[in-house]
Design a protein around this ligand. Structure first.
Ligand SMILES: NC(=O)c1ccc[n+]([C@@H]2O[C@H](COP(=O)([O-])OP(=O)(O)OC[C@H]3O[C@@H](n4cnc5c(N)ncnc54)[C@H](OP(=O)(O)O)[C@@H]3O)[C@@H](O)[C@H]2O)c1
Length: 345
């Protein structure tokens, strides 16, 4: 059994790891951390948690974690993750970081967007970007995986194959994305309380969302040239789910060719499904699953390719993909514990 630590186990992504890993036959969670709930049992905070309910939350101290675990999931805010990752790697653990700390390769870009200097820039080259379907080979041997952001996962999965195949232009890409409220985490914030969110729908961080440089970094790699794009995020009054509507300029004006290129790229992949032409995904169809569902249409009137992509932000957008990466790193079947039906309706 692989011994697992969840650092930041009282947050939404930590809790989602507990939920999914409780069905994983090859791992044992040996330590969970929380500063606020330290010394309480997991079941005191989450009474529904049966398998790991008797575990006791501990302070996030690297020595304690290293004494009990071989692989750690970091479910903590950016900044805190870099320091913890460094301390755990030095003690021989493998690390999957769900925060943004190791996603950007350029520490100055990190400082520009996250407004703090990077706390472990020497690890940035080693960190493998954990977009499982694209970087599986590198993930398999990684010590440190930078799990992608939720919006980037929904955006990159459809766009990378089309850019690599030179079927769409790197110029003029527009990503219009909506997220459920759990995307902002479990700590209390005024703008996220029920009356502020319920029956409301708004754009936020317009032209300034921190996932922008992450998406641009990965799409630039796929395109083989530096690109910039418009990325607008919206908060939608539901618990989970991301829907990204993407507008691209095709370089070939044949819907069937564009469709087949994307379909063929993912046909052997368990978790990315390109829907039949004319069908588009719903967030309810991926809720609780590790799936990314994609639909596309070429608008013959305007010449734009419109792609719609849906994920559950807490599963394929965070903890599910992190477990997929752990499976790859550990030689387990890639879909172990991850083949779940949607929680539909
Ligand atoms: N929510 C999503 O959909 C999503 C998707 C992709 C990636 N992510 C990223 O994943 C990470 C976790 O997200 P989340 O939504 O689970 O956050 P969250 O609900 O706010 O939970 C954060 C967890 O980290 C702990 N924590 C906070 N500050 C800490 C610190 N300085 N040192 C150690 N532990 C600390 C908290 O417990 P204590 O305060 O009690 O220690 C809590 O358990 C974030 O970096 C987030 O950006 C989130």
């Amino acid at each position: 059994m692989l011994k697992i630590a969840i650092v930041g186990a009282t947050g939404y992504t930590g809790l989602e790891l507990l939920r999914i890993l409780s069905c994983h036959p090859e791992v044992e969670i040996t330590i969970v951390t929380s500063r606020k709930e330290a010394e309480k049992k997991v079941r005191e905070i989450f009474p529904f948690e049966e398998k790991f309910g008797e575990l006791v939350f501990e302070e996030p101290q690297p020595e304690k974690i290293a004494a009990k675990a071989e692989l750690a999931f970091l479910c903590v805010p950016h900044g805190a993750a870099a320091e913890m990752a460094k301390a755990l790697l030095e003690r021989g653990l493998r690390v999957i970081d769900l925060s943004a700390d190791f996603r950007l390769k350029d520490p100055l870009l990190y400082e520009e967007w996250y407004k703090v200097p990077h706390k472990a820039p020497e690890l940035l080259n080693e960190a493998v970007y954990g977009l499982s379907e694209i970087y599986a080979d590198r993930i398999k041997t990684a010590r440190l995986v930078a799990n992608p952001g939720c919006y980037p996962t929904a955006s990159l999965l459809p766009l990378i194959p089309l850019l690599k195949a030179r079927l769409i232009s790197p110029e003029g890409l527009i990503i219009d994305a909506k997220s459920g409220v759990s995307g902002a985490g479990r700590s209390a914030k005024l703008r996220l309380i029920f009356c502020e969110v319920n029956e409301d729908f708004c754009a936020y961080n317009v032209a300034a969302h921190r996932h922008t440089p992450e998406i641009e970094q990965e799409l630039s790699l796929a395109a083989g040239e530096k690109l910039r794009l418009n990325f607008t995020t919206h908060l939608i009054p539901m618990n989970r789910g991301i829907l990204a509507t993407i507008y691209a300029t095709p370089l070939i004006f044949k819907e069937k060719t564009l469709y087949e290129a994307l379909y063929d790229f993912y046909v052997q992949k368990t978790f990315v499904k390109v829907l039949p032409l004319g069908e588009f995904p719903h967030t309810a169809h991926v809720k609780g699953t590790n799936l990314c569902l994609i639909g596309l249409k070429l608008d013959s009137r305007t010449g734009k390719l419109i792609i719609v992509s849906a994920i559950d932000n807490l599963v394929k957008g965070a903890s599910g993909q992190a477990i997929q990466n752990m499976n790859l790193m550990s030689g387990f079947l890639e879909d172990t514990a991850l083949k779940r039906r949607a929680l539909y309706p």
